[in-house]
Design a protein around this ligand. Structure first.
Ligand code: EPZ
Length: 417
């Protein structure tokens, strides 16, 4: 398995481009199942999770072609196998998002339950409950969700909690349903809005995306469209943290600060200067950061996907920070790895108390999930000496060309097979 070898201590300087958002691209890839006409997607990030989703829809009968630049053309005219098998779903939970589109387009679907993952049980009961409310017959047996319906019927759905992919799955089911669907307590994430924009370009009638009250008027058919994936706000935040902790000064292009207010506010509190133009965000860091406490919550609150990165920067900041994780029940696995690098972190249920130490010392550490691995990269960039990060396949799921982008910013990082 690949490892990443980082020699820490170099401030990051320079400019890199941000890739398309993984968590917008994944549901939008599933949206191609809703129409028999080609869907042309631009700014699709080249990530393992994207390749996994493309393999999943290709085995259903979707034709996937490159458009010669950074885009894809997805043609599901030949869709003939509405099945998502366990051996593919188990590697990526977002596969559950084929369920809504398949039921809407084919009237049936057989999708493996994703099972848990490192950061929590992550059930999909809200996805199932919403489809049942729209009239789908759902049987869960032998680890699969079997859904059948003649045609989904619009319904008023109130999810028990804010769920991002649950909102996206149900939105995609509703666009072809008979009548009006209302999703209350909907997720307000920008990726939900990007999906809605793509669906509306395909002829859907989705209103209210970005609020907790989404109204969808079902239509008979959707047509093809061209859509450019929004920039990845979590990749943006990750590079901002890497520059912040190393005393660097960087410029990120093809991105936007619009969706990162809660993260930018926290970075300003650490003592960084952050400036944003139209599709550029820059950060200039002080020699040493001030500790800053965070509490994760659904958008527009502080994103849980940035929690691990802030634990890393707080480990060498002045003062003590409290990090409170409210979304997932087991999302502190990076803490023990950061402690191996010399961090002073105390975990108490969903609270982590981080007391900044003068410096971290390089060591061998192990990635456990996508954002945990990002926090280990950030720690490795500021630690004295060499840090070897094992199991970086987690990293490759969500960060495109990471060692190339970090090298361009002056970091000493290389992949060892
Ligand atoms: C999405 O996951 C993201 N993934 C996650 O990003 C992100 O951390 C998460 O939203 C929260 O923002 C994608 O968009 C592909 P949820 P999702 O449903 O939709 C519980 C990354 O690093 N829940 O919003 O799976 C659930 O257990 C990934 O890029 C139910 O109980 O998260 C969790 O505690 C990691 N039943 C909470 O709700 C359900 O049916 C929020 O989960 C659905 C969710």
């Amino acid at each position: 398995m690949d490892k990443l070898l980082i020699h820490g201590g170099t401030p990051l300087f320079g400019e890199v481009d941000i890739s398309g958002a993984k968590n917008a691209a994944l549901p939008i890839l599933c949206a191609c199942l809703l129409t028999a006409e080609p869907l042309h997607l631009r700014n699709v990030p080249q990530l393992n999770d994207i390749s996994t989703m493309l393999r999943l829809i290709a085995q259903m009968g979707v034709e996937v072609t490159m458009d010669g630049s950074d885009g894809l053309i997805l043609d599901s005219r030949g869709l003939n196998n509405p099945v998502a098998p366990y051996d593919m779903v188990k590697t990526m939970r977002a596969s559950i998002m084929v369920l809504g589109p398949l039921v809407a387009r084919c009237g049936e679907a057989r999708v493996s339950l994703p099972g848990g993952c490192a950061i929590g049980a992550r059930p999909v009961d809200q996805h199932i409950k919403g489809l049942q409310a729209m009239g789908a017959e759902i049987l869960v047996e032998q680890g699969y969700v079997h859904a059948t319906v003649k045609r989904l019927k619009g319904a008023r759905i109130i999810t028990d909690m804010v769920t991002v992919t649950g909102t996206e799955n149900l939105m995609m089911a509703a666009v072809l349903a008979d009548g009006e669907t209302i999703i209350e307590n909907a997720a307000r994430e920008p990726e939900v809005v990007d999906l809605a924009n793509c669906l509306n370009a395909m002829g859907a009638r989705v209103a209210g995306a970005g609020t907790d009250h989404i109204v969808i008027q079902g239509v008979e058919l959707l047509h093809g469209a061209t859509h450019s994936i929004m920039p990845d706000r979590i990749e943006t935040g990750t590079y901002l943290c890497a520059a912040a902790v190393t005393g660097g000064n960087i410029r990120l292009t093809n991105t936007s600060a619009t969706y990162l207010d809660s993260v930018v506010v926290k970075l300003l509190e650490t003592g960084c200067e952050v400036t944003a133009e139209s599709n550029v965000i820059s950060l200039k860091a002080p020699p040493r950061l001030k500790a800053v406490s965070v509490r994760t919550s659904p958008y527009p609150g502080f994103p849980t996907d940035m929690q691990a990165q802030f634990m890393a920067i707080n480990s060498v900041a002045d003062g003590t920070a409290v990090i409170r994780e409210t979304i997932f029940e087991n999302r502190f696995m990076h803490a023990v790895e950061l402690i191996r690098l010399g961090a002073d972190i105390k975990i108490d249920a969903s609270n982590a108390t981080v007391t900044g130490v003068p410096h971290l010392d390089g060591a061998t550490v192990m990635a456990t999930d996508l954002r945990a691995s990002a926090s280990l990269v950030i720690a490795g960039l500021v630690a004295q000496g060499e840090t070897l990060i094992e199991r970086i396949y987690h990293l490759d799921r969500g960060y495109e060309r990471i060692e190339e982008k970090l090298t361009r910013l002056g970091a000493s990082v290389r992949r060892v097979r």
